[in-house]
Design a protein around this ligand. Structure first.
Ligand SMILES: Nc1nc2c(c(=O)[nH]1)N[C@H]1C(S)=C(S)[C@@H](COP(=O)(O)O)O[C@H]1N2
Ligand SMILES: [Mo]
Length: 480
């Protein structure tokens, strides 16, 4: 490529960054983001193999990774457009602008903001590519301004989120205030606490950012094949709520990972709502529908018979649900994987027949109501001192809803050895465990497994999460 051509492309990248910054700031000023809309489009449409690959590779920062990945693509698109013959540029930019706007409009509550951002970014791109920055200084100016505006937009959105978070927290306590009982296990450094703090609880979401729902305006609609449709406020629900301890597990939690958390929840038993609403005989599924249209449906028979005792949850660890965990309400059936347990940011509970198709079913996930399989995790491997074989192992295990009856560990291919269990705070909750071994010098592969009170023993056969849930043991290596 000629020097001139190179300079033109670098100039275009700078213009792209400028357009991104201006667009995001325009969106952020109204509480939204262009990038969030694009991120959601990816979640909605990417082939399932791509989704699974991304989830498997991503850790805690997958949302940030998506945002910055999308941002990088905006800059790349600017370069691509600049490389087109002049007569194609305006239509290409118009298509990108309209596309971004359309994508924003189909997403959650901040759609208009994202759409305005997209159109503004397109206008800036058009102007910038028509009179490209002449020389290094002008390009640097575009790039710096763009990066600065983008950073400002990020700060603005974060502030708006924080204001919402504060307003949610100000609603006041949601729960009984009863202290969590001690499980009697000595507190090893690194061992998961009995209750996972909301800020440390994993987040799994198709949205980059939780919708900001106004608690004063919000009502839960109970609709569909039902004798008494209902509209309930948060206060109506709080009046009927009870407390329960349970572990929530993401179907993507391959053994050893942290996509599981144990919380003290506050919610209305679904059975209570069914008593008020009275479903028709033709109703077979309960559709839990979020404000953004995301749905998870549940088999009504099992919910009603008590085989799947579910809750409409409005509180977590004594407080309102934090925005990212589903404020103002979500459905949770202990013992079902998160992806099958019910929607966060609930707008509606609809009694329906079997014709409904859930969000993830379209992408090949099973229509079976997937139950959590027993899993043990090793959080701690601590040798007393260098050269000593005395090694403390500790962790958590779950087998909801019936509970954990046995946790064992195995060193290499030797026999399974039972470990000490902490007291059970609730059968549906996770249970902590601990043991001290005297290991011979060398390197050891140590695995853990759990047996549920139902008799189900954790399977050691490694399997990826898609499409019916993961299996295998968590195995760590310890060198003495
Ligand atoms: N509205 C909505 N509800 C949802 C999801 C979502 O993306 N949107 N994700 C589901 C999945 S896959 C899981 S594992 C749990 C995660 O809940 P958490 O983010 O509070 O941990 O919520 C479930 N409910
Ligand atoms: Mo999940």
């Amino acid at each position: 490529m000629s020097e001139n051509g190179k300079r033109r492309l670098i100039g275009a990248a700078a213009v792209g960054l400028g357009a991104l910054g201006v667009g995001e700031l325009v969106a952020a000023a109204r509480g939204g983001s262009m990038l969030d809309g694009v991120g959601r489009l990816l979640a909605d449409t990417a082939p399932i193999a791509v989704v699974e690959e991304l989830v498997a590779k991503s850790g805690k920062h997958d949302k940030e990774a998506t945002r910055y990945g999308v941002a990088a693509n905006v800059v790349t698109a600017a370069v691509g457009i600049a490389a087109l013959p002049e007569r194609f540029r305006t239509p290409a930019i118009a298509a990108v602008g309209a596309g971004t706007a359309a994508v924003a409009l189909r997403s959650t509550d901040r759609s208009v903001a994202g759409a305005l951002g997209g159109l503004t970014a397109a206008a800036v791109l058009r102007a910038g590519l028509r009179r490209p920055p002449a020389g290094f200084g002008a390009g640097l100016l575009w790039a710096t301004a763009g990066a600065g505006l983008f950073a400002a937009a990020e700060t603005l959105v974060r502030r708006t989120d924080q204001r919402h978070r504060d307003r949610v927290a100000a609603i006041g306590p949601m729960g009984s205030g009863t202290p969590v009982p001690d499980d009697g296990l000595s507190n090893e450094p690194g061992l998961s606490p009995l209750i996972t703090k909301a800020g440390r609880f994993y987040v799994a979401d198709v949205n980059s950012r939780a919708p900001r729902i106004d608690p004063a305006q919000w009502r839960l609609s109970i609709t569909g094949k039902v004798a008494h449709p209902l509209r309930l406020s948060l206060a109506d629900l709080a009046d009927q709520a009870v407390e329960f301890d349970a572990v929530m597990v993401c179907v993507h939690n391959v053994p050893g990972q942290g996509r599981a958390g144990n919380a003290r929840w506050f919610g209305v038993p679904l059975a209570t709502l069914f008593d008020h609403a009275v479903p028709d005989s033709g109703a077979t599924r309960l559709i839990t529908r979020a404000v953004d249209g995301y749905t998870i449906s549940l088999p009504l028979d099992e919910l009603r018979s008590g085989e799947l005792p579910g809750y409409l949850v409005i509180g977590m660890n004594g407080e309102p649900l934090p925005p990212e965990h589903g404020f103002p309400a979500r459905v949770f059936v202990p013992g079902l994987y998160g992806q099958y347990t019910g929607a966060k940011y609930l707008a509606e509970l609809e009694f329906s027949d079997d014709s409904h198709v859930d969000y993830w079913w379209k992408r090949g996930w099973t229509r079976e109501t997937l139950r959590v399989t027993p899993q043990a995790r090793i959080d701690v491997t601590a040798t007393a001192e260098p050269g000593s074989g005395k090694t403390t192992l500790a962790g958590v295990a779950w087998a909801p809803p019936q509970g954990v009856s046995l946790v064992e560990i195995r060193v290499g291919e030797t026999d399974w050895l039972p470990v000490e269990l902490g007291a059970e705070i609730a059968p549906a909750a996770w249970r902590r465990w601990r043991t001290v071994l005297d290991l011979p010098p060398g390197t050891h592969a140590i695995s853990a497994r759990v047996t549920g009170r139902s008799g189900q023993i954790q399977s050691g056969e490694p399997a990826a999460p898609f499409p019916v849930g993961p299996s295998g043991f968590h195995t760590v290596t310890v060198t003495v």
